[in-house]
Design a protein around this ligand. Structure first.
Ligand SMILES: [Zn+2]
Length: 73
């Protein structure tokens, strides 16, 4: 039973940390006005000074950014 509880706790902690990473995983390009998942090839190639970070998809859309057609964030 203790092992089962430990597994549940581990799962909750893991889920929380994954959510935290996903929460800040949107990157917009201030020049092209497009936003990507941080792991999209386009986002990685983006010039550092053009990067804008978003915590949610909604935040990016509200700021006037358009979703990348490749990674479809
Ligand atoms: Zn993309």
């Amino acid at each position: 039973m203790k092992k089962f509880l430990a597994a549940i706790v581990a799962l909750v902690v893991l889920t929380a940390s994954v959510t935290a990473v996903l929460a800040s995983s949107y990157v917009g390009n201030s020049t092209s006005r497009k936003f990507h998942y941080a792991n999209c090839a386009h986002a990685r190639k983006m010039n550092q000074k053009n990067r804008v970070y978003f915590n949610s998809r909604n935040e990016a859309v509200k700021a006037g950014y358009v979703a990348c057609k490749k990674c479809k964030p």
